[in-house]
Each structure stands twice: as C-alpha cells, then as structure tokens.
Design a protein around this ligand. Sequence first.
Ligand SMILES: [Zn+2]
Length: 489
Amino acid sequence: MRTRAGLLSAFLIGLASPFAWPSISEAGGCPDGGERIEHEIKSGQTLSGIAAKYGVSQRSLERANPGLDPNKIRAGQTIAVCLPADDSSSSSDDKGDPDPDAPKSKSVTSDGRSCGGGKTGKVHVVGKGDTLSGIASDYGVTAGTLKTHNRKLKNDPNSLAIGDEVLVCMDSAQAAKAKNSKLCGGVTPLHTHTVLPGEHLGEIAGRYGVRRKDLIKLNSSLSNNANMLTVGQKLRVCPEIAPHEIIELEHTVKSGETLSEIANDYDLTTNELLGYQRGKLDDANDLRVGQTLRVFREGNVLAGFGAVDVDTGVLTAGVQLPNGKHYVIKTPTNAWGTGQTVKLIQTAISNYRKRYSSSPLIHIGDISKKGGGKLSPHVSHQHGRDVDIGYVLKGDDADETKFISANAKNLDVARTWALIDAFLDTDEVKYIFMDHAIQKLLYEHAEKQGVSQDTLDEIFQYPRSKGRGHGIIRHSKGHVNHFHVRFRS
Ligand SMILES: [Zn+2]
C-alpha cells in the first residue's frame, strides 16, 4: 500500500516535471535523430560560420545550445552541434541514388570538360561498384554516349576508376528523365527541399503537390516527430509539382503598405510572409515603415524538372464503372477506367454516403472510353485514371443530371466537402482540378469545421493565387461545373 510520503513524492515529481525542460544534452542525442558532436570554437569563428562548416542552420546550433548568445561566443568554448540526420538508413534499396545532401551536381569537370551543343551536362563521380553500363542506364544514355564525351573511356572502357569524373551529356528529354530516382518510382528526379522559416510539413507537402505521408516515408528524420522542423533542414521529396528555385530577398516596408499587399506583390499569402519573419513580426498589425522583411518567393522551375504528367495513353484491361444506387453515369460508354480507379470511385462515394445518408445522386462524367486514347473534348481522360464529377448542389439544382455551374448560392458546401474528403481519404488522389472560386467556398467551410491549417495547406491551393502550383486541389479552367480527379494508379 502506498504511504502518504510516497504519494507526496509522486506529487512533487509531477510538479517538477514542467520545469525539467528536456534539453538535448540530457537526452544525449538530437531532435531529428542526427548525431550530436562537440565543437571547440576557434579564434575568429562565428556561429554562422560554424553552422556553415557542418551544413546545419544557425537556428539548429542555437537549439542545441540553449542559452547561448551568438554574440558572446569565445575561443576555447565547446558547443554542441546536431549533425543532420542520415536519411539513407531508411532506404537500403536505393544505393544508386544521389545523396540529396551532397553538393549540387556540376556540369563542368575539374579539368574543364563540358557538353555544349544545347546538351545538359552532369559530372558523375565514379563510386564503388559503378560500371559504365550502370552509369549510362542511371542517366538514361548509352555507354557509347559516355565514351564519346570521355576520351579516357573511349580509349579504354575498362579504365573506369573510383573518383574518376565522367561527363554525362543528355538532350533535354534525357535530362528530364535523368536520375528519375528509383525512390520516386522512376517518374521524377528526387528533389531536396530546404525548410524555410515558419514552414510546417503540410505547407511543404502542398508546395510539391504531395501528401505529408509521402514526405514522412522519404525522410526518416520525420518519422519520430514530423512537427519539429528546423530551418535549413533538408527534406527529400518526389515532386508532383515541379520545384521552383527559391529566391530570397529583402523588402523594406514603405509608408502605406500593408502586409497583405506586400505578400500579394510576391505571390505569397499573408501567413507565408508572416512565417518567414519568424519571431520578428508576430502580427500583420505590427508592421512598421522602414522595417525589413525576409521574402522567399518562387523563381523559375528547376532544370531537370518539368511536365512529368502523362496526359496521353491507352487503357488496357479497363473496367466499366457499373451502375450504382448513389450515382448516375452521364455517358456509360465513356466510363471505362483502370480497375483501381473504378474501385476507388465506388469506395469514395460509398464512404461519402456513410457521412450523409441522404444526398442527391452523385453525377459521374467521363472517365475514359473503352481502350483509352483521345476522348474529345478532353486533353486527359486517356488512360482510365481521370474522372469528372459534378459538385453536390442544393435547391432547384440538386437533382439536375447535367453539369451546371456551382456558386455560393447553389453549392451544397458541406456535402461537396464531404465528397472531396472521401476521395482524398483513399490516399490515391494525385490531384483534383477545381475552380479557384469554389476552392474558396470549400476552404472556408473546412476551416470552420476545424480542419487544421497544416491540412488546409497540404490540400488546397487557395488562398494562394491561381497561378501558384500548390496543393492537391488546384485551379484549372473549366472546372466550375465539375471537379476532375486524377488518381495515382
Ligand atoms: Zn476532366
């Protein structure tokens, strides 16, 4: 039986725990699973210099050394450094992939050789186990091409040695496919995202049109605590939306400017811009004339990335969507999909009807024709993985069986959101095309329903502009009277 003293000490321990802030040094490790080492500061070293030396952010150093004043470090002092977590442990089957933390690949060799002639050059440094044909296949070129641009190999293909620089010359199509990572199913090159100030995981997922789960799968550092991101942390991503270069600049606030106007000028949301100021500006109302804001805006699409979406194709082994009691099919001869697509449509609608036992029939438009191929007037809908679906409407428009434009008056926002949610829940949606104005209605509804900001940023393009590729739900012209779902498989 517990004594009174025992109870008292238990109480004291409980009381003490809020003050025993778990410091990294006590834990003996680092928050993202990286290795913790000690660095002795040398004369003249700055915190930012040390951060750069170890490839970590200054913020990470500050976190590893609570109470450390960056302006008062001295030679001889020892500080903790949390090295970035090693992601390779999570992916033993991808030895052939480039290390995303490695320095940016070069296009000119150390001895000055480059491709020229409109070709994209990559310098491959020969590693253990590399063969000529292996390197060629990794970059989608032939061994012959490698020999052409590397005299040493032309003279003696067997002269390949560890540390050699092999110049790989690719045309634009090859470059696009080059290094389409095995991690990314060979569909896209792997991209490394550097976490920006204030960014959370949903926002990063949205930037690349993927789900948070996809990021966690690719980054072992996220598996323990996906909510603890460090500025400068590197995350691997197989982008569905082509990555853009990120341009960092400073904006000096002028008289009369508001935060939302400034954000708008850089095609950012107010939240994004606020996040970038991390701690220096808590509220849009605190903005002062002359204040300097940090801005990270998107520039051009990065080389090697581009339209990865295949919009042409055929449909072998297609399945026709059968009639169902909760939906109506506009043109049954155009309702052929992959087995998976047909199953997912049925699952989503059936799960939607578990939420709403009463609902107008869901209006299914075109999927693909039998055998696939061009289905006029669509550009896509060729390989059985696209489906057009009418919004759930209310009032006089509820039972209309042709697509009619949705708006704030006739859109059944709650039911439509539940339907979209049921599709997203399948985890197999690659994207949904939806008019920006309708996104706004659903976004505001979802927000009111308590959907987290992280999820909203993961799913919706809105409140970003129509022009920003972001999220699973994106604007595309012609989607005011139906939404378009593209499945992954
Ligand atoms: Zn469509």
